[in-house]
Design a protein around this ligand. Sequence first.
Ligand SMILES: O=C(O)CCC(=O)C(=O)O
Length: 274
Amino acid sequence: MRDTHRSSWETSGFYRMDGFASPEVGDAMLRDVVALVRTAPSGVFAHEGALILPEANLADRASESGEAEQLTAKVFKLHRRPAFSSFLGRADMVDVLVDRLGSDVDCFLSQFIFKNPSAWGQPWHQDSYYFPFDPPRPVVGLWLAVTEATLANGCLRVLPGSHAEPVHQHVPDRRPNANVGYVEIVDHDMSGSEPVLMAPGDLLVFDSHLMHRSTDNLSDGIRAAMVFHFAAAGTVDRTEDVTGAPSRVNDWVPVVRGGAAVDEFGRASPSNRS
Ligand SMILES: O=C(O)CCC(=O)C(=O)O
């Protein structure tokens, strides 16, 4: 791990790896998820093992003609699909995960975010708010830019150093037509925040206590990103104890065992087999 990454992680709670992937990697993910939502019967949210979340702020356009992805906010549970699992099996990805989480790592969450034109951003939050785990940390997020992320199309904003905060109280996003699950931190000064401008293939590695948000998409194009979350193998997911129901979006899948990439069954990935 580079010293600059280590020091950014320690002081700010994140680091960026510009040009981590070629733009074609994100394009392949986009093609796969577009094909998935286009084959889902209208109104069906669970499809081929994935979970499709409609864009609430565009609901009034549902009767207009257009492709399914234009009305989709996010698609969850993608990390068993080859376009996504192959990304997690890369040697440079394994290095990142082992550095942050040790030699046995699971991916438990994946979401493709379309962020269509006019879609609202996600308010200030800490991802650990959504993760009642034992142990609660470390949990690491990866945000891969599939398209450019700009001030106009709704890039992320992060609050450097906020990873040192406990999980704050989150209140429901009060905007009419806010997407399901959007919550907001309202008890913290966010004035030191900074935008995360990205090109396709750039990667943000961030701590699950880092306060972050994204802004609205005021442009004419999509601002797509693929987000994954990871924890050490053996972490206990207490979502059901806390909410009364198992998580609909978490799906614990081994990705690294003994410091090497494995497939979803925990077997050495083809590139690691002798
Ligand atoms: O990319 C976005 O618009 C928001 C993503 C985000 O905040 C998250 O994945 O926690």
